[in-house]
Write a protein that binds this ligand. Structure first.
Ligand code: NAD
Length: 359
C-alpha cells in the first residue's frame, strides 16, 4: 500500500509541472496512490463551482495534497480557490523555505530563509464591500458614526482583522518549526506603528509567545524596513513570521533572492492536513509550452515526502534536483545565463535529467 495523496493538477502551467513532479516522485521508489481532483475555472464552467466538495472530501480523506497553481480572475469573477482551500481546510500556516541552490543565478551567494505566513485572516478573509452597493454605503455610514472619520462615498472597502488566537497559533508554529529544525532566530514582521490595533496586537502576541522559547532568539521588524534589510543583508535573518498580506509579498521578495519563482516551494499546513504547492502562480503565458521550471513544485514534493515520513526519498530527490541545477545543462530557461539561451530544455526534459540522477 502506498501513501494516498490528492493531486490537484491546477491550470495554466500546472498540469505540465504536476506531471513532471509525479514522475520524479515515482522515480524515488516511494509508492503514491494519487487521487486526481481538478479544480478552477474549467471546473467552474462544468460543475458551477471552482472548488467542488469532492476536492475537499478527497483532501480530508488523504490529509495530504500536492497542488499545481490555479488562476484567479482579477477584480471580478470567483474568489481565489487557493485562498478558499486554505480557509476551508484551516491550513493556517504557509511555510515557504527560501534556500539558494548552487548554480541558480541570483545576486546572493547564500540565502537560507524560512517564511512563515499566517493564512487564515487579515485582508484575505474576504470581508469586502463593493463600491456603489447599498451595503457599502451602510458600512461607510457606520464607520463614520463610530470613528468620526468618513471614507469617500465612492470607496470600495476591505476589512482587516488580526486576532489573538490566530496570531498565537502562527507564532507558535514558527517557533516550533525553528526548534525542530535547529534554527536560531525568529523575526516577527508588522506595521504596528501605523495599524496599532491589528498589527499592534500581532506584535504584542508575538512578543508574549517568544518568551516561551528562551532557546530561540527573537526580534521584530517593521515590514518596510524588513524589505530593505532582506535586499541588503538577507544573511542576518533566519525564520520570519508574518500576517497574511505581508507574508504574501515577502514570500515573493525572498523567492527573488534565491533566483526567482521557478525555484520557490511551499506548503500550507493545518493541525491535520497539509497541502504542498509552489509559491508561483499559473504563469498563463507559458501554458502548454513545456517551458516552465518544475523545480518549485518538485521541491514542494520534497517537503511532502518529508511530511509523509519518507525522509530518505526526500533527501535523494532534493539532491538530484540540486545536482541538475548545479550542472546547469538540462535546466529550463530561467536557470540559464539569459532567458533566450538556446540550450535551455523543457519542463519534461528537466524531469528526465532529475530521474536519471535518481537512478
Ligand atoms: P505567476 O507566478 O504565475 O507568474 C509571474 C511570472 O513569474 C511569470 O510570468 C513567469 O515569468 C515567472 N514564473 C512563474 N512561475 C514560473 C515557473 N514555474 N517557471 C518559470 N517562470 C515562472 O504570477 P501571476 O502572473 O501574478 O499570476 C498568474 C495567475 O496565477 C493569477 O491568476 C494568480 O491569481 C494565480 N496565482 C496562483 C497561485 C496559486 O495557485 N497558489 C499563486 C500565485 C498566483
Amino acid at each position: 500500500m502506498g501513501h494516498a495523496v490528492t493531486l490537484i493538477p491546477g491550470d495554466g502551467v500546472g498540469p505540465e509541472l504536476s506531471l513532471a513532479t509525479q514522475r520524479v516522485v515515482a522515480a524515488t521508489g516511494v509508492k503514491i496512490e494519487w487521487e486526481i481532483e481538478n479544480a478552477g475555472a474549467e471546473v467552474m464552467a462544468v460543475e458551477g463551482t471552482p472548488l467542488p466538495k469532492r476536492v475537499l472530501d478527497s483532501i480530508r480523506r488523504t490529509r495530504v495534497a500536492l497542488k499545481g497553481p490555479l488562476t484567479t480572475p482579477v477584480g471580478t469573477g470567483f474568489r481565489s480557490v487557493n485562498v478558499a482551500l486554505r480557509q476551508e481546510l484551516d491550513l493556517y500556516a504557509c511555510l515557504r523555505p527560501c534556500k539558494k541552490y548552487r548554480g541558480v543565478r541570483s545576486r546572493y551567494d547564500e540565502v537560507d530563509l524560512i517564511v512563515v505566513r499566517e493564512n487564515s485572516e487579515d485582508l484575505y478573509a474576504g470581508i469586502e464591500f463593493q463600491q456603489g452597493k447599498p451595503d457599502t454605503a451602510e458600512i461607510i455610514d457606520h464607520i463614520a458614526r463610530l470613528t468620526g472619520k468618513r471614507m469617500p462615498a465612492d470607496s470600495g472597502v476591505s476589512i482587516k482583522g488580526l486576532s489573538i488566537g490566530a496570531t498565537r497559533r502562527i507564532v507558535r508554529f514558527a517557533f516550533d518549526y525553528a526548534r525542530s529544525n535547529r534554527r536560531k532566530k525568529v523575526t516577527s514582521v508588522h506595521k504596528a506603528n501605523i495599524m496599532k490595533y491589528s498589527d499592534g496586537l500581532f506584535l504584542a502576541v508575538a512578543t508574549e509567545v517568544a518568551a516561551d522559547y528562551p532557546d530561540i532568539a527573537y526580534e521584530d521588524r517593521i515590514v518596510d524596513n524588513m524589505c530593505m534589510q532582506l535586499v541588503q543583508k538577507p544573511d542576518l535573518y533566519d525564520v520570519l513570521v508574518l500576517p497574511n498580506l505581508y507574508g504574501d509579498i515577502i514570500s515573493d521578495l525572498c523567492a527573488g533572492l534565491i533566483g526567482g519563482l521557478g525555484v520557490a516551494p511551499g506548503a500550507n499546513i493545518g493541525d491535520e492536513i497539509a497541502v504542498f504547492e509552489a509559491t508561483h502562480g499559473s504563469a498563463p503565458k507559458y501554458t502548454g509550452m513545456n517551458k516552465a521550471d518544475p523545480v518549485a513544485l518538485m521541491l514542494s514534493a520534497v517537503m511532502m515526502l518529508e511530511h509523509l515520513g519518507e525522509r530518505d526519498a526526500a533527501g535523494r530527490l532534493d539532491g538530484a534536483i540540486a545536482a541538475v541545477i548545479a550542472e546547469g545543462r538540462a535546466v529550463t530557461y530561467d536557470l540559464k545565463p539569459t532567458p533566450d539561451d538556446p540550450t535551455a530544455v523543457g519542463t519534461s526534459q528537466m524531469a528526465d535529467a532529475i530521474i536519471s540522477r535518481l537512478q
